[in-house]
Design a protein around this ligand. Sequence first.
Ligand code: ATP
Ligand code: MG
Length: 353
Amino acid sequence: MKSIALLPGDGIGPEVIAEAKKVLAAVGAAYGREMTFESYPFGGAGIDECGDPYPEVTAAGIRRSSAILLGAVGGPRWDALPLEQRPERGILRLRADLDVYANLRPVRVHDVLLSYCPLRPELAKGTDLVIVRELTAGIYYGERGRSRANGEWQAYDTCTYTASQIERVVRAGFETAQKRRKILHSVDKANVMTTSGLWREIVGDLAPEYPDVKVHHLLIDNAAMQMMRSPSQFDVLVTENLFGDILSDEASMLAGSIGMIPSASLGPDVSLYEPIHGSAPDIAGLGLSNPIGTILSAAMMLRHSFGWEAEADAVEAAVFRVLEEGYRTRDMTKVGTEAVTTSEMGSLVAEEV
Ligand code: ATP
Ligand code: MG
């Protein structure tokens, strides 16, 4: 029996979570798996209900759960709040609380999606990669400041990594590669940055422990170019927080819509699953949102948190069969062509499962 904590959040979050829940219920029925679902207030909804984007009732519920499925947070309604009190603050606190240091973002360009890819289709064909991004250290968490000196402003952000922070995420990269095509690209800027020098050293030290994995070192600027030149050469990329943030947004466009991409944030205890998109307040409540990123995030949950490989495969196969049959939400259709609603897409995938 698995207990799943749902954090629907704001904007399109509740709509896409409802569709993922539908698909999980279908998995339970088809495979005889028992799952319970409990929803908790989070983000703007947490602020409205409890005065806190990450309320105690949510933190307590998460501690009792087997895994967490998150929609998205934020929206214009809370934009006037100071940074420290905004919905987004809840996510940073949640990630730190869970210590989810490895963020996995798979990008798969299925043949039926090639026509949405901004590249020439022959370049993106066959792309099936995972970016493993370090999520809880580096420049986003370092000391920062602003001051005036010699009559002008100066500002600084510091990037710090300890050897153990690098080692644990690099191991996640190697282990991910071992389960796939066994190619690991470690992405850094070792010709300029000291943290990258340490990163590269640690990758080199760990490589002999994974003799079946072929390791390549790549500078971030070259990686960004290669991602557009020939993305199908990549299997697993492992990189630090800032580089991973930028590289994964770049790579997500290969699959045609931001609504398509799932993610898993793995740590020592309970893991967190969410689509990479935001709360999309411009389309909330209209049935226009694409729930596939969230449905695929739920599949990652089945695989990584529960070890239910066949069930995860079934969800992924169902998604691509529905796409093959020609069904699309509005973000993936050309003007003047038919689209299905968020809820219809969820039902189609659930039936296929
Ligand atoms: P955040 O800061 O929370 O990431 P954002 O403003 O960067 O939010 P999104 O909320 O992801 O961005 O929205 C960016 C654009 O993509 C919007 O036009 C939105 O409507 C669209 N979009 C995002 N997610 C989806 C989805 N699941 N289906 C369809 N369109 C989407
Ligand atoms: Mg965004």
